[in-house]
Design a binder for this molecule. Structure first.
Ligand SMILES: [Zn+2]
Length: 436
């Protein structure tokens, strides 16, 4: 790739194969100016910095529709061309973003559900091995590395969260969950997350659940505030509950495949519910690590060692299940017309939450979708334009004039060979070229 340095702020990427988030378009050049895509095709401005991308494909920055993240993780994601992460429980609500992202560069953008609605002692408590003042060990470890200012911002954001989690709200009652939803909305939650997890496939059976009528009241309240509701489910049974209470999306794919699965899929399609399968997570739950992805020569040098260790490990809490059921479930949903979004459920670098890493797992997920029967173009749509459409992110997920310049340039053509998405040459975040 040839880069000619010129003294100006316009960048022109020329001679590229361009996937615009939906299809390959005839134009072969894109001009970036002041953080946005200012021009597609046409005459290249004479003062632009030229990047000759012959043999490469330009894509919209990828989006991960299911994460739990941090400042470090947002930087990891950006390295792999994942320019937006959607947190499905965490601290990066509008308020959290104001506190934590101020003055920071080189990070993927983020949206968040704030706290997830769960029963007292319910999921994900079982994944947190120890607790000190409501702050898990891995967070305390991370805080040791923070500056005083970062620590103060983090604690402030966390205290907001703990009040939601442990305050006087009783999430087993309609009154309690309505207030819970209102609290998330006032904290600037971008959408609402509900946990429907009784624990079987996480090796934690009999986790407490909120009753269906109470959950439904929470969904109705979220809809009053025009917020999407996304349910955590891992089984067909929990997915059926999610359908019953009227959620907008499923944050996972059901890992089992009972004989009434066709009826469930029909209802999901009829109710226009989107699904973020997180096949990378289900694969890990089934006992598979993702070491081959971590050791891909295009990946290995970019991964911190703790993430390498995490990818080479796995949940392994439901070894009796099988991946073919998951492939069948996702392709049947796709064929029924259900919108499928790329997500990973990556969180922190802990081996017991293994098989996942920020950014790179998005590429792994697209490979899984192709293995299930998607075309590479369909998998790429699921990681770009489809997510933007569902979540109302109107400035990204596609390459169009006026879009935020979140871009990924890769060697070869991932619309023909999915694996090429990992042959990353350049990443632009909001118009600025990232040098790793
Ligand atoms: Zn999650």
């Amino acid at each position: 790739m040839l880069v000619m340095m010129l003294e100006n702020k316009k960048t022109a990427i020329i001679n590229a194969n361009i996937f615009d988030g939906y299809e390959i378009i005839p134009a072969t050049s894109v001009v970036i100016n002041d953080g946005v895509i200012s021009q597609i095709g046409g005459k290249i401005p004479s003062n632009a910095l030229i990047i000759d991308a012959k043999g490469s494909t330009l894509l919209p920055g990828l989006i991960d529709a299911h994460v739990h993240t941090s400042l470090d993780s947002l930087a990891e994601a950006a390295k792999f061309g994942v320019t937006t992460e959607l947190e499905m429980m965490g601290a990066f609500t509008e308020q959290g973003r104001k506190l934590q992202l101020k003055g920071k560069n080189g990070l993927a953008d983020v949206r968040s559900a704030g706290m997830g609605l769960t029963a007292p002692g319910g999921h994900p408590d079982e994944l947190m091995p120890s607790d000190k003042g409501g702050i898990p060990d891995f967070v305390l470890k991370k805080m040791e590395k923070m500056s005083e200012e970062e620590k103060a911002a983090f604690i402030a954001a966390h205290e907001e969260d703990s009040q939601d989690e442990t305050g006087d709200l009783d999430t087993t009652t309609i009154e309690g969950v309505v207030k819970f939803v209102q609290k998330q909305v006032s904290n600037g939650a971008d959408y609402i997350k509900i946990m429907i997890e009784e624990g079987t496939v996480l090796n934690a059976p009999n986790l407490p659940l909120i009753s269906e009528d109470v959950m439904k009241a929470a969904v109705d309240e979220a809809h009053k505030h025009k917020k999407l509701v996304i349910a955590h489910i891992l089984t067909a049974e929990a997915a059926q509950t999610a359908v019953n209470i009227g959620v907008d999306g499923l944050a996972h794919l059901f890992i089992n495949r009972p004989d009434w699965t066709p009826r469930l899929i029909k209802q999901i399609a009829e109710k226009n519910i989107f699904v973020t399968p997180c096949l990378v997570l289900n694969s890990s739950i089934l006992g598979n690590n993702a070491c081959h992805i971590a050791h891909d020569p295009r990946v290995i040098d970019k991964l911190e060692s703790q993430w390498k260790d995490t990818m080479c490990s796995c949940f392994n809490t439901f070894p009796e299940g099988n991946m073919q059921d998951n492939f069948d479930n996702v392709i049947d949903l796709h064929k029924a017309g259900v919108t499928i979004l790329v997500g990973t459920d990556v969180s922190v670098p802990v081996p017991s939450l293994g098989g996942l890493a920020h950014g790179v797992s998005v590429h792994h997920e697209m490979q899984f979708l192709v293995q299930a029967g998607f075309t590479p173009i369909e998998a790429l749509r699921s990681a770009t334009s489809e997510i933007a459409k569902v979540f109302g992110l109107t400035d990204r997920g596609r390459i169009f004039e006026g879009a935020r310049a979140d871009l990924l340039l890769v060697d070869g053509d991932p619309t023909k060979n999915m694996s090429n998405s990992l042959s990353i040459e350049s990443v632009w975040l909001n118009g600025s070229l990232q040098i790793n």
